[in-house]
Design a protein around this ligand. Structure first.
Ligand SMILES: *Cc1c(COP(=O)(O)O)cnc(C)c1O
Length: 483
């Protein structure tokens, strides 16, 4: 399997899965994609239907990472997808399934269900891929005798998923910047209660943007970055995307009885990483009818799928909503889909994303390419805070199930795209406890709290308060890398 950049750099060069595993963008600023998508045969689909999650993950990943010896990859997927790691299931479910499918009911003739992706250590779907990344990184670094210092900024979700994936991993340290005193007590406790010596929580006296700016400044200091082996684990990482392909297959098998059936998925979307994996599953041959992109008030993607116009937002136009993990001004994985939509023409992709930088967007409405969005099965919708509150209340009353605000975005939009006879699977991306304020508003009661998290707020916390100052952060990294 060879990988290429969506913008065409290094065409004809060889990039294996292992080559791109630890990196981010390609040298020309594009994103990596496989030179061609592996196809799944009818026989494989039949055989995969009954596989445990870890072995299904092995089968799918091995099609994209044929440079990793099969026995090593099998060991890594079995180590990652265990019932002990994805144990935060509801009372009546089996953690063995890793991503249980919860049936809600039939609406407008369509069976409606939730695919639970948030039973991992930080109760959000990012654990699905990040836990694998932790094991893959450790494996690759050990093989080459290297080390990596991951530097990141978080307002909650991504940072904790990264820390729980990297804790205790050999050759890896994590320096995670978060805004001091600005996260919820639950989120703060989740991150700061980690006592692992390779995890450093830096509480920055400022807001999330200050944290992000510091990470950017450090990453732009190429000499520092190289000397101290600084890396990231952001959502454009290819391995994260491909790890997410697995649960589309798992969800499909759980919702159908034969491979002649088709299903639709609704995906609460921000950076387009999750639904990009759905697109890849479909390109591999999984019988997907529709991929429904659900956004909140930050509707960059919904606007594109309705109109053909991709228009990134300025900071002042980006709303802070009650589904904060979808509050984006641009969708960093979207370029992967645009590449396929344009028939894999890197010169045009390069031009369009130059337009994004220079003019703030592009318009495909008039071009024949936009009509092809339908061929790829994409539709979309958006929700408001009131919609989410209503969806949380309705699902609780009707189906006795508590959902979080992001899943509520998905559910609201899914209902606009139901088709009789076609199962609709809404991806559940977080558990309600993470967004308790809106649960209390909608249901006038406390969110459900998985047993493992009782009293987490009173555990001892380990963190370092630093001013919003690039040099102070660099000094901290230098002092703690032993380099
Ligand atoms: C990250 C996240 C999303 C958005 O996923 P993308 O891959 O960025 O589209 C949705 N919901 C939750 C809870 C998340 O943490």
């Amino acid at each position: 399997m060879n990988y290429l950049s969506t913008r065409g750099a290094g065409a004809g060069e060889r990039h294996t899965f292992s080559n791109i595993l630890l990196g981010g963008l390609a040298s020309d600023g594009g994103l990596y994609l496989p030179a061609e998508y592996p196809r799944v045969t009818a026989d494989e689909l039949t055989r995969w239907r009954t596989l445990p999650y870890a072995d299904l993950a092995f089968e799918i990943l091995s099609k994209f990472s044929d440079d990793i010896p099969a026995e090593d990859l099998r060991m890594l997927t079995r180590r990652t997808y265990t019932a002990a790691t994805y144990c935060n299931v509801r009372d009546d479910e089996s953690a063995e399934q890793i991503t249980p499918l919860k049936t809600l009911g039939v609406e407008n003739g369509a069976p409606l269900s939730l695919l639970e992706l948030s039973n991992g250590p930080t109760l959000a779907f990012k654990d699905m891929a990040m836990q694998l990344i932790g094991n893959l990184f450790e494996y690759a670094l050990e093989k080459n005798g290297e080390t990596l210092n991951i530097l990141g900024a978080t307002s909650g979700d991504t940072g904790s998923a990264a820390e729980y994936a990297m804790r205790g991993k050999k050759g890896i340290r994590v320096f995670m910047l978060s805004p001091h005193l600005k996260m919820s007590a639950f989120q703060t406790a989740q991150m700061y209660s980690l006592q692992d010596p390779n995890i450093f929580n830096l509480a920055v006296e400022g807001n999330f943007d200050n944290c992000q700016d510091i990470v950017k400044a450090v990453s732009n200091d190429h000499a520092f970055k190289a000397k101290y082996k600084i890396g990231t684990v952001n959502s454009i990482n290819w391995a994260r995307v491909v790890a997410q392909v697995v649960y589309y297959f798992k969800g499909y098998f759980a919702a159908t009885r034969s491979n002649d059936q088709r299903v639709s998925f609704t995906v609460p979307s921000g950076n387009f990483g999750n639904v990009c994996a759905g697109h890849i599953a479909r390109m591999m041959g999984l019988p997907i009818e529709k991929l429904v992109v659900a956004t909140n008030e930050n509707d960059v993607l919904d606007e594109f799928f309705r109109t053909g116009i991709y228009r990134v937002r300025k900071a002042a136009e980006t709303y802070h909503t009650s589904s904060p993990s979808m509050d984006i001004s641009k969708a960093s994985n979207f370029e992967r889909f645009v590449f396929d939509l344009l028939g894999r023409d890197p010169a045009r992709v390069l031009q369009l994303f130059r337009d994004v930088e220079e003019k703030g967007g592009f318009d495909l409405a008039a071009s024949g390419d936009f009509a092809r969005v339908q061929e790829f099965g994409f539709v979309s919708g958006r929700s408001s805070h009131a919609d989410r509150v209503e969806a949380i209340r309705d699902v609780f009353e009707r189906y006795d199930t508590m959902i979080d605000t992001h899943t509520a975005d998905g559910l609201k939009v899914a209902r606009e795209h139901l088709q009789p006879g076609i199962p609709m699977i809404v991806l559940e991306t977080a558990q309600p406890i993470k967004f308790g304020e809106t649960i209390r508003e909608a249901l006038l009661r406390e969110p459900e709290r998985p047993a493992a998290f009782s009293g987490i707020e009173s555990l001892p916390q380990r963190f370092e308060v630093l001013p919003a100052d690039v040099q102070r952060v660099k000094d901290f990294v230098v002092a703690h890398t032993g380099a």
